[in-house]
Write a protein that binds this ligand. Sequence first.
Ligand code: FES
Length: 78
Amino acid sequence: MSQPVIADTKPVILELEAGTYYWCSCGQSKNQPFCDGGHKGSDFAPLAFEVDEKKKVALCNCKATGNSPFCDGAHTKL
Ligand code: FES
């Protein structure tokens, strides 16, 4: 499996409404941290996740987290 692109070396903090979101795992989306279809032709696929109520989240942009789609601090070890 190939390595993801590091989209940024810090997480993005967003306040999300309840709903379904598709986190970009490949790092190639131009709409980080969400998938824009840029993974096509690669080994990667977006990760669907649910938000059940409006809340603030820290989404991984370095794509090295062990807790996708959320930041686990992995960007500090790149
Ligand atoms: Fe990265 Fe879809 S663009 S997973």
